[in-house]
Design a protein around this ligand. Structure first.
Ligand code: G6D
Length: 339
């Protein structure tokens, strides 16, 4: 287990965490995971996440490739929420709505970064204080994110925080995975297995409605394993409304895990998390022609599993809540195991 660090731009540092047959590359800018390099069934080491060839392109990225997202991942309708009888207005950065923490969200912060290492792991600690009023959020939030590569080749993201005032918080990471190792091969044949039994319905603006739909007998039923193609090619109204594919929050029934396999490479990824669900996004809206590692971008080149608690809970109190009380310790963790 070892690490490397190199300055890639003014104040930007790229870290490489190196384990046995695995490398994790990340930036202090946005906490962006720029590469994850793991072997295929023949031992060929290839990158399995989407990332820009030129690191500077992350500055103008509107697809949040590999980035930390916060304070709250997802969409908040009309960029406002009620708390303790008060209405808080957030910055509207997608029409009149709030997306992924706003323009000054975690994805564009230069995080204070520090490498840590012991006999079991090597990692990067990222720290940032989101000041009261940042994009309209109340209270100061002291965020600490740990990227940890363990000896057993698992990669864990731990999110810790404490707020000075009652607020809302639901960070995530926006990696786009393509386990084939070749972004010219779209993610249609990736097989996902997870026990989620409900999804949050979205409207034509991709905003969550207050409805949770059962997955039974729909392209969202991954309980016995299903290729992503089933939702991309489906005429189910919820697949069509998001641009033919997935862009939905799925709630775990019992096991907080997502199994992903890619038949050509033989790569498998098991994601386990403390979160109650995740946004499955099949890159339906990934624009064409961005200069990525492995070639120009196009739709369906990667798939996101944005583990988080959903801000739909602000309107639907039956869902796990994104609310965080002042001085209450926040901790969530997601682990990625490549086999
Ligand atoms: C699109 O609707 C999707 C989001 O879910 C995604 O996070 C974003 O692209 C990058 O807006």
């Amino acid at each position: 287990m070892k690490w490397q660090a190199k300055e890639v731009d003014d104040h930007w540092i790229e870290f490489t965490l190196i384990g046995d047959n695995i490398e994790i590359h990340c930036l202090n800018y946005g906490g962006i995971i720029t590469k994850i390099v793991v072997p295929d069934k023949n031992g060929k080491m290839e990158n399995v996440v989407l990332g820009y060839k030129n690191v500077q392109d992350y500055k103008k990225d509107t697809h949040f490739l590999g980035a930390l997202i916060g304070r709250v991942g997802g969409r908040i309708p009309n960029a406002e929420f009620q708390q303790n009888g008060q209405t808080f207005s957030l910055v509207a950065n997608e029409r009149s709505h709030h997306l992924h923490g706003g323009p000054n969200g975690f994805h564009q912060v230069v995080w204070k970064s520090e490498v840590f290492q012991n006999e079991h792991e090597v990692g990067v600690q990222l720290r940032h204080t989101s000041k009261a009023g940042a994009d309209g959020y109340p209270g100061d939030v002291e965020m600490t994110v740990y990227y940890s590569l363990k000896k057993d080749r698992t990669f864990t993201i731990t999110y810790e925080a404490i707020a000075t005032k009652d607020t809302i918080l639901s960070p995530t990471n926006h990696m786009y995975f393509n386990l084939s190792g070749d972004i010219q091969i779209p993610i249609h044949q990736h097989i996902v297995t997870t026990d989620c039994d409900r999804l949050i319905e979205v409207d034509q603006e991709l905003l969550p409605t207050d409805l949770c739909l059962p997955v039974k007998e729909t392209p969202f039923d991954f309980r016995n394993g299903k290729m992503l193609e089933s939702g991309i090619a489906s005429n189910h109204p919820q697949n069509e409304i998001v641009g033919n594919g997935y862009d939905h929050y799925l709630l775990f029934a019992k096991e907080k895990a997502i199994h992903v396999s890619e038949p050509l490479s033989g790569r498998e990824l098991v994601i386990t998390t403390t979160e109650p669900g995740f946004v499955l996004y099949s890159a339906n809206r990934l624009e064409e022609g961005l200069a990525l590692h492995g070639g120009p971008s196009k739709a369906y080149q990667g798939v996101c599993f944005e583990t988080q608690t959903h801000p739909a809970s602000l309107l639907n109190p039956t869902l796990p809540s994104v609310r965080l009380h002042a001085n209450k310790k926040y901790k969530q963790q997601t682990t990625y195991a490549f086999t």
